[in-house]
Design a protein around this ligand. Structure first.
Ligand SMILES: Cc1cc2nc3c(=O)[nH]c(=O)nc-3n(C[C@H](O)[C@H](O)[C@H](O)COP(=O)(O)OP(=O)(O)OC[C@H]3O[C@@H](n4cnc5c(N)ncnc54)[C@H](O)[C@@H]3O)c2cc1C
Length: 493
């Protein structure tokens, strides 16, 4: 991370007083014990105590805090619920952590225009809860949806089980209000489709808190499909299951969701939630087919047929809504279930072409032996989005470093087979130093030009996404020659 600025730290008391004038009462958190709560996000391997935490309640307060930071050269990290798995909301020791948790009102439900206008601190699931009585829902459904906020979803362009058919956050957010670092309120998009000019809304979704702070989100609402059934399909090998996924899509079928779990993940989930998973399967596919009953009947038969051709050893179709939800319960609880197998796990997030699933999973198996760490695989198979969970024990010296290096190798493999570094968790600090495996210097410079257009002094969430010192440190690998690094005067991260 960037070296904390001593000059800013020496002005801490003055900064806290100024922020208290903008956000009075309990909105500025200064004591060490209370700041400690915010020292990390979902990537708990990294921790930094923020200089100060600010919890504004109004757009005007956000605007004034940002303008103050801009005028005084103070860094600022936006935070929703802090569930990011890539360290996107990791605080800075010399920065303000701007928690948007108090922005939790649903401002408008507009069924006629099939959209809702919500504040950024509203949780993902709360949107569906607010509209489900009217037969609607908000489609992107990260497994963290009971906790994560829509502002964080915009930050990370989050996905979930149903994004294969219904799109990611970027396909379901149609407007935002945001504040730039100098305190200007900007509206992008709205209830209408296709805003005029450049697609700045597309730029903001997935910008990881680097370009502005989102203060309002207009989301698309979809009518709930009339019916849905889920299939649990067991395979004797991950390769067979991977090929079946590719064949289903190649046949022109886009399931509502298509998820894969390997044996270790199946066993962990079954022991945790008793979803009725086949414990003898090496790989399990959960395929959800939605639509009207006749359409579902047709699709179920087609998927059963394709699964049979790819060596499926078992296939169960949910017989009612309770059973369908139970099939999903195991998948949705797979992360905490794996958490019961190991003191710590490191969740990776790379995306590969679907056709390479079997191949990549086999290579990962070999790496398990090399790194002497176990991996449970749970992933959005339809999108080719992998979530290997590398199990380690942070109390064993060197295991975290081994897990990180293992994770880096998995991501390099994803890029090597034609994939990308992240499917939905973002780059954050976690994948920052791997950006060079996917982008060359010109790409990275162009991306940073865009950042500069929004935030010329790099005060918003610095240290995330873009490799630090990328030229002299060769993307995280410092060249040491005869015991000397080049450019010894430069601070190293
Ligand atoms: C158990 C578990 C399961 C998960 N499953 C999934 C999954 O299935 N799919 C998935 O995509 N992710 C998943 N995640 C990751 C995480 O939940 C998502 O990335 C989520 O969108 C983060 O939301 P948040 O409110 O916690 O944001 P935070 O973690 O607080 O922040 C995330 C990023 O958004 C920025 N940000 C937050 N609020 C704002 C704002 N108002 N304006 C501008 N920038 C902002 C932050 O600076 C940061 O860069 C999972 C996490 C956990 C712990």
């Amino acid at each position: 991370m960037p070296v904390p600025d001593g000059a800013v730290l020496s002005r801490r008391a003055e900064i806290v007083t100024a922020l208290r004038r903008i956000v009075p009462g309990e909105g500025v958190i200064d004591s060490e014990e209370e700041r400690r709560v915010y020292e990390s996000d979902g990537l708990t391997a990294y921790r930094t105590l923020p200089m100060v935490v600010v919890l504004p309640e109004t757009v005007d307060q956000v605007r004034r805090v940002m303008r103050y930071c801009s005028e005084h050269g103070i860094k600022l990290v936006p935070r929703g619920a802090g569930t990011s798995l890539s360290g996107g909301a990791l605080p800075l020791a010399d920065g303000v952590l701007l928690g948007m948790g108090k922005f939790k009102r649903i401002l408008e439900i507009d069924i006629a225009n099939r959209c809702a206008v919500v504040q950024p601190g509203v949780t993902n699931l709360a949107i569906t809860h607010a509209v489900q009585d009217q037969g609607f829902y908000y489609a992107p459904d990260p497994s963290s949806q009971i906790a994560c906020t829509i502002g964080g979803n915009v930050g990370e362009n989050s996905g979930g089980v149903h994004c294969l058919k219904y799109g990611l956050t970027t396909n379901n957010v149609i407007g935002i209000e945001m504040i730039t670092i100098d305190g200007e309120v900007v509206r992008l998009g709205g209830k209408h489709f296709d805003a005029a000019g450049y697609d700045l809304l597309g730029v903001m979704v997935g910008s990881e808190g680097l370009l502005g702070v989102v203060t309002e989100v207009t989301v698309r609402l979809l009518p709930k499909p009339p019916g849905a059934r889920a299939l649990l399909i067991g395979f004797p090998s991950v390769v067979g299951a991977g090929e079946c996924v590719a064949a289903i899509i190649a046949a022109g079928i886009i399931p509502g969701g298509m998820e894969m779990m390997d044996k270790l993940a199946v066993q962990a989930a079954e022991a945790f939630v008793h979803a009725g998973y086949p414990l003898d399967a090496e790989a399990l596919l959960i395929v959800e087919l939605d639509g009207c009953e006749a359409e579902i009947d047709h699709l179920v038969a087609a998927v059963e047929d394709i699964a049979g051709q790819h060596g499926a050893t078992s296939c169960r179709v949910s017989q009612n809504e309770a059973e369908r939800l139970n099939f999903w319960a195991g998948r949705k609880a797979a992360f905490p279930a794996v958490g019961r197998l190991s003191p710590d796990y490191y969740c990776m997030d790379g995306t590969i072409p679907r056709r390479r699933l079997g191949d990549v999973l086999a290579r990962m198996k070999q790496m398990e032996g090399q790194y002497k760490l176990r991996v449970a695989n749970v992933f959005h198979a339809g999108d080719g989005n992998l979530h290997p969970l590398i199990m380690y024990d942070a109390n064993q010296p060197g295991e975290l470093e081994r897990a990180e290096e293992f994770g880096n190798d998995i991501l390099r493999l994803c890029v090597e087979v034609g994939g990308v570094l992240t499917g939905e968790h973002g780059v954050g600090v976690e994948k920052r130093d791997l950006m060079g495996t996917m982008f060359d210097d010109t790409d990275l410079e162009q991306q940073q030009r865009l950042k500069c257009a929004f935030d010329p002094d790099s005060l918003l969430n610095p240290g995330k996404v873009f490799p630090q010192l990328c030229r002299c440190a060769e993307l995280g690998r410092v060249h040491v020659h005869a015991g000397q690094t080049r450019f010894p005067e430069l601070p190293r991260f």
